[in-house]
Design a binder for this molecule. Structure first.
Ligand code: SF4
Ligand code: SF4
Length: 188
């Protein structure tokens, strides 16, 4: 017999799948999604594992994973999937659910805020500022320091920021996205 907690988890998982328009048993665990995912090496739950968790009812494993914050939404997994299982959709919905359940990692929040502040200011990301502020605020000031000389020498990052011509337009887009997001019902 299911406990109250298990019932609640099942309802949340069913709702998540419904919102993402994903049917868990469409996946037959072939692993082609994981094989093509550019972020799989860093994920603690691979894309195939995400689908396995939906099949065995392990919602917590999904919302507590770093996978949902590392997925870039590139859609490689969907393109490779023989059954068109839309894992990025599922992950996108899982992010909202994780936030609702209080599982957003502090580091992820900091990165999100610093990235958005950067975009608001310049209309595009200034990598050096992003890395510097993120490292300081997440209390890892020396993280990635050994790579800085190489990146500067090869012009992979620049010291000075570049401003887009229409920063005001980008800010209007962000404001519209935030308005849309605030109109989502809780958990959606
Ligand atoms: S590629 Fe599709 S069917 Fe294969 S494991 Fe991934 S989601 Fe499942
Ligand atoms: S959409 Fe996400 S899970 Fe799918 S291949 Fe891209 S990074 Fe991996």
């Amino acid at each position: 017999m299911q406990s109250e907690k298990q019932k609640e988890q099942k309802e949340k998982l069913d709702e998540l799948l419904r919102k993402a328009d994903v049917r868990q048993y469409d996946c037959y665990q072939c692993g082609k999604c994981t094989g093509g995912c550019p972020m799989a090496h860093a994920m603690d739950l691979k894309p195939r594992g995400v689908m396995r968790c939906t099949q065995i009812g392990s919602l917590e494993r999904i919302v507590k994973s770093n996978t949902i914050w590392l997925c870039t939404g590139c859609h490689t997994c969907v393109e490779r999937c023989p059954h068109d299982v839309n894992i990025p959709n599922l992950i996108e919905e899982a992010r909202y659910l994780a936030a609702e359940m209080g599982y957003v990692r502090r580091d992820s929040k900091i990165l999100n805020e610093v990235f958005l502040a950067n975009i608001r200011m310049f209309g595009r990301n200034h990598e050096m500022l992003l890395a510097g502020l993120y490292n300081m605020l997440s209390l890892k000031p020396l993280q990635d320091m050994p790579t800085v000389p190489h990146m500067l020498t090869h012009k992979l990052i620049g010291v000075l920021p570049h401003q887009t011509k229409n920063t005001a337009g980008i800010n209007r887009m962000i404001a519209r996205a935030e308005k849309f997001s605030s109109m989502r019902p809780a958990g959606k």
